[in-house]
Design a protein around this ligand. Structure first.
Ligand code: NAD
Length: 485
């Protein structure tokens, strides 16, 4: 059973139940994650609260020194961490390496905290009066993570929160808790003082206590939309800052002038990369006009058929398994219902996987997708490529904006005017032009709109300084003293 990390010690959870951690490529159990209790959260928050004052008083230039050391340790451990991601999540080693790289970039960006959290000052707001605004750390923050990026997603949050002078509690996904444990071991080696960073394992009980604990100032959540809403309302109702990132339904539009072979390759990778288990995964490809639709269908079907599915550790694998049998069954169910709704089955990814040991599906391609179908509206989170058509860009954008989600969208085109109109009019707030997965990097901020994001201050980049600090304004008046000046 893996342990919690509280106040610089590895301690047993109070849990009486646990979740199996399973390698989804082999269905082997590779660990047990305790489903912790409110007592575990209380102990972590007590440790984080006790560490806060002296950490806050540590100059920011000193606070980032362990962050620099952590960056070096993460570089040394990069391959080991990537293998761990593949073992517990299933994505290919190439994808896992990329996700660990993105996590390291969070640490690099947080190292800039002395510049990032500088305040503002203005002399003479009135005669002899000056005013300044500083960014002040607030206390204990927490993050609650999903299963699909075991290394990267928790690191969207805690490096920024800690560098800004807060202390922190991580709640990893109970399905993939092992990678973040290795990262916290490295953070321990890097020399963060005890209690600055803490880990509590668990599920709903732990989440609910984090959302209501009186000594937690704010919660960062990433996961499905129903739980994102629950966390937003529960933690918000308890008076906390909340940023809650939810699910997605992402559309990609292909103009007749796009470079179609490259477009098809990029769009298919967006949809089936990480077996479709990405919040920025494309889902519906809307081609403009019948000719573009027909050409895209040929290219996409060919690309899908050429995909090698297997264990993510094998070098020849293009796509790994889904996270669980339940996920596989759910995606198969969505495919079957889409066919009942009138979708055309062009490639059936349910075939040829029954003899494989883990939770594999091959890429499925469905044509004739219409806006009212369940599969056109709900997140699939699996390798299902949906092909649709619209008469013009306006109609495609109307379709995108009718979705309750608003995470990301992409236009494939060589026409700058079309690109500009697209960016200007779409609701999603992470937008790509000829980019399949337009994921903002560490130094930009990350987050969608509508049912994909609850809150107002987004993740990482400069927004994280706003989220993890309070703005304190002081106004100074010094009466002129003629004996001095
Ligand atoms: P999930 O909502 O099932 O779980 C996320 C976290 O919430 C986990 O730590 C889990 O322990 C906890 N949780 C689960 N059920 C809960 C409940 N009833 N009450 C309280 N806590 C609960 O999500 P998941 O399946 O791990 O992740 C996949 C989802 O995450 C997808 O919908 C995906 O789009 C989304 N996601 C979004 C982003 C984004 O940036 N918007 C990024 C990654 C993943």
């Amino acid at each position: 059973m893996i342990k919690n990390y509280l106040g610089g010690q590895w301690v047993d959870s109070h849990a009486t139940e646990s979740a199996e951690v399973i390698n989804p490529a082999t269905a082997e159990v590779i660990g047990h994650c305790p489903l912790g209790t409110a007592e575990d959260v209380d102990a972590a928050v007590a440790a984080a609260s006790a560490a806060f004052q002296s950490w806050r008083e540590t100059p920011v230039v000193d606070r980032v020194q362990p962050m620099f050391r952590l960056k070096a340790l993460l570089e040394d451990a990069h391959e080991d961490l990537a293998r761990q991601v593949t073992l517990e999540h299933g994505k290919t080693l190439v994808e896992a390496r990329g996700s660990v790289r993105r996590g390291i970039q969070m640490v690099e960006t947080a190292c800039a905290m002395p510049s990032l959290m500088m305040g503002q000052i203005l002399e003479d707001i009135a005669p002899g009066i000056d005013s300044q605004a500083v960014r002040r750390p607030m206390g204990v923050f927490a993050c609650i993570a999903p299963f699909n990026f075991p290394a990267m997603v928790p690191m969207w949050f805690w490096p920024f929160a800690i560098a800004a002078g807060n202390t922190f509690v991580i709640k990893p996904s109970e399905r993939v808790p092992l990678t973040q444990l290795k990262i916290v071991e490295l953070a321990e080696q890097a020399g963060f003082p005890p209690g600055v960073l803490n880990v509590v394992h668990g599920g709903k009980t732990v989440v609910d206590r984090l959302c209501t604990h009186p000594d937690i100032k704010g919660v960062s959540f990433v996961g499905s939309t129903p739980v994102a809403k629950h966390v937003y309302t529960t933690a918000g109702g308890a008076g906390k800052r909340v940023q809650s990132l939810g699910g997605a339904k992402n559309f990609m539009v292909v103009m007749p002038d796009a470079v179609l072979d490259k477009t098809a390759a990029t769009a298919v990778e967006s949809i089936i990369g990480c077996a479709g288990e990405r919040c920025l995964a494309g889902s519906v490809i809307i081609s403009i006009g019948e000719e573009t639709r027909a050409q895209m269908e040929t290219l996409v079907v060919d690309q899908a058929r050429r995909t090698t599915v297997g264990d993510g550790l094998a070098p020849e694998t293009d796509m790994g398994p889904l996270i669980s049998q339940a996920s596989k069954d759910r995606v198969k169910g969505m495919i079957a219902r889409a066919i009942d709704d009138g979708a055309e089955l062009l490639v059936d990814g349910r075939e040829g996987v029954d003899d494989m040991p883990g939770y594999f599906l091959k890429p499925t391609v469905l044509g004739n997708i219409q806006p009212q179908m369940e599969i056109a509206q709900e997140e699939v989170f699996g390798p299902v490529i949906l092909l649709a058509a619209a008469d013009d860009l306006h109609q495609a954008v109307d379709w995108i904006n009718s979705s309750p989600y608003g995470n990301t969208t992409t236009l494939f085109t060589t026409n700058g005017a079309a690109a500009r109109q697209f960016c200007y009019h779409v609701d999603p707030t992470m937008v790509g032009i000829n980019i399949g997965v337009p994921a903002p990097m560490a130094f930009f901020s990350f987050g969608g709109a509508k049912q994909s994001f609850f809150g107002d201050v987004k993740a990482h980049g400069r927004a994280s300084v706003d989220f993890y600090t309070d703005s304190v304004v002081t106004i100074h008046r010094w009466i002129k003293d003629a004996s001095i000046w």
